[in-house]
Design a protein around this ligand. Structure first.
Ligand code: ATP
Ligand code: MG
Length: 330
């Protein structure tokens, strides 16, 4: 059995990059998964508390992200959809793993060093966040964890901690491995095309949010940075702006940049076609989102069911870990 596990942190606002890089793959996984518990998607709200945060916003975004996942087609009948903090096993295993992880190991994490740099108050949870992520993974026995480069080191840590725990206390965990599936597309920020589109980009960035109105989407695309060459070409390194527009158009029209490149000669035409395709892609998602948002009771019900199913999978692993490490059964 191979389980597909995806966590999305409720910081910032979901965008087209998240749709193609994280949300569509969840929908794809639930189609091929052999059982309804083989695809697990969760909103990692605990991870959102590791940096400065606004409590009301975290709560609001958690609900918004769940609703958006449902709107893009995550089906609670074929996948487990839940909120990390609703499943107590995450924090419980986090503590047990802290007793098998080293301070030096956590301190060496590149993301910790980057995110703590220049801050006078660094939350302890930022240091231990990769250990919580290890718990997220180990609880569900995921053997392969698909991650981008930025998370590779964290999966390595999960692996090290699992191996150490197993060696000291007995075989409790499946040791995970990071895998790097080919990404559908890494979409760039339209205003700074060499950088990737990001949930937490500053205002004025070229990010296409899933809940932006058609007007805002069209304006963001119209303002996209291109270059002065004046020809449409696909060359992500040399011509990042134009190439990124082609990539955006491709993911919204089921095509590839290579196939699209010959169809346009002028930037204006390419931008218009891209805006039309993005708006057409997001219109049904936004319509479904509006329906779901009008029925918060239903979304709540999905989350209650998701948390119960996740907990049923995770609980035996936590029980085994508690026993192995020396805790007296309650
Ligand atoms: P943040 O600024 O908070 O890091 P983010 O947009 O990078 O925001 P993550 O929570 O880091 O979001 O990533 C969530 C998922 O979305 C990951 O699976 C990641 O690979 C995918 N993803 C994020 N940005 C892009 C992008 N620009 N293009 C394609 N996939 C993306
Ligand atoms: Mg990121």
């Amino acid at each position: 059995m191979s389980r597909a596990l995806t966590g999305i942190t409720p910081s910032g606002r979901l965008h087209l990059g998240n749709l193609v890089g994280a949300m569509r793959p969840i929908v794809a996984a639930q189609e091929v998964g052999s059982g309804p518990d083989d695809t697990i998607a969760f909103i990692s709200d605990l991870h959102a508390l590791t940096l400065d945060h606004d409590p009301a916003k975290v709560r609001e975004r958690t609900f918004e992200f769940v609703t958006l996942l449902l709107a893009v087609g995550v089906d609670p009948g074929r996948a487990v959809l839940m909120v990390q903090s609703h499943v107590r096993e995450h924090v419980e295993l986090h503590y047990l793993l802290e007793c098998a992880a080293g301070f030096g190991e956590a301190q060496r994490m590149i993301q910790f060093r980057q995110k703590s740099r220049g801050r006078d108050h660094v939350r302890l949870s930022l240091l231990t966040y990769p250990v919580l992520m290890a718990a997220d993974i180990l609880l569900y026995g995921a053997a392969e964890v698909p991650v981008g480069d930025d998370q590779r080191q964290h999966v390595e840590l999960a692996r090290t901690v699992a191996e150490r725990f197993n060696a000291r206390y007995g075989e409790v965990f499946i040791v995970p491995k990071a895998v790097h599936p080919p990404v559908a597309a890494r979409l760039g920020d339209l205003a700074r095309p060499a950088r990737k589109m990001s949930k937490t980009a500053p205002p004025g960035a070229g990010v296409l949010h899933l809940l932006d109105t058609p007007d805002v989407l069209r304006r963001t695309i119209a303002r996209a940075v291109t270059d002065s060459a004046g020809t449409v070409a696909y060359d992500p390194v040399g011509r990042p702006g134009v190439s990124n527009l082609l990539a955006v158009l491709a993911v919204c029209s089921g095509s590839t940049p290579e196939r699209l490149v010959g169809e346009y000669t002028r930037y204006g035409d390419l931008k218009r076609a891209t805006a039309d395709a993005v708006i057409a892609t997001l219109a049904p998602v936004q319509a479904r989102y509006a329906e779901l948002a009008a029925d918060p009771g239903h979304v709540r019900e999905v989350l209650r069911d998701g948390a119960a199913r996740a907990s049923a999978i995770a609980a035996p692993t936590v029980r085994a870990a508690r026993e192995a490490i020396g805790l007296l059964a309650a």
